[in-house]
Design a protein around this ligand. Sequence first.
Ligand code: FE2
Ligand code: FE2
Length: 359
Amino acid sequence: MTTETETGQGYETPMGVAWEFDYDVSVESVQALYEKAKNLQWNVTTDIDWDREVDPARPILEGEGFGFSQMPLFQRLSKAQQDALRAHSAAYRISQFLHGEQGALMTAATLSHSVPDYEAKLYSATQTMDEARHVEVFQKYLDKLAIVYPMTPALKELIDATLKSGHWVKIAIGMNIVVEGIAMGAFHNMIRVTGCDLLRDITVLTMRDEARHVAFGNLYVGQAISKMHPDDREDAADFALAALGVMAPALMGSSGPRSENDRGGDSRSGSGRDDPAFIQVLVNSEIDPRDFAKGIREATDAGISLEPRGGTVRILHDLVLPALSRVGLITDRTREILKERSIEPNADTSVLERLEKVD
Ligand SMILES: [Fe+2]
Ligand SMILES: [Fe+2]
């Protein structure tokens, strides 16, 4: 039987299925997450005031919260181009939330049939429902913007690699640690830079769920890693490194891996050179993509940061690397590889823990 969907995006995965007939709880911390998840369910239809319109006079990405506004090129654009770039960049970014949430929905469902413990299966069912809600809420918001941009190649590649990885530990590394670490940072930053009350409200609710998903990655993957044979641990560490390799160029922006420009705002898209969806953002804003690429180089050469201002977190440095380190996925070997790539293997979990406490 073929797995092709109408849009030709289907593929086979080698995922295993694990029955568990011991219904005693063995990991209390995961059971506690399951209890918390049951108490914190919310309904997209009834818990959000959808009558509010997205005010066209109030940009979704306000002021210097829009990192590209710091480019000299931006000041040379017409007011209409500036407004269009703000609006389309916001739609592009929220579209990535939507597509990423669909990926999370599928990985969470996969976890429910592959994790070995009873309470982890129950927990995964709550995460699956959470992710369904997140797909729904961002789809409904994008309906108001009347545009959805395609998924960026890097995010698609990372989630596909996660779904195809064949083992629940790698699925949880790819999704619960790397993708959801990135998502938690992106949501945190969006809450601080958006001028749209509706978007802020839905992002706050979504982030509260994501904090549980990241906590699951920490608790459950951490204990699995600690029991692994060293060879298997190195294999898992390699998978984590490869996941970072897919996302790091986008997280670090156009100025390359020596930059600390990984704050998850506009820098996530870099200059958009390899991303057809971002090229479309520029075309829709009546900006020549070649001029924009030159504008990025001009800003970089002048030492101008394109990070959105306003207390944003550095996603890779403050969230993803500490999360990987915390569960033992930065080994002596991969630490050296990171250093060779000029990535500091930050193990300080203080920012990560602050964001995890949102609920
Ligand atoms: Fe989610
Ligand atoms: Fe999630």
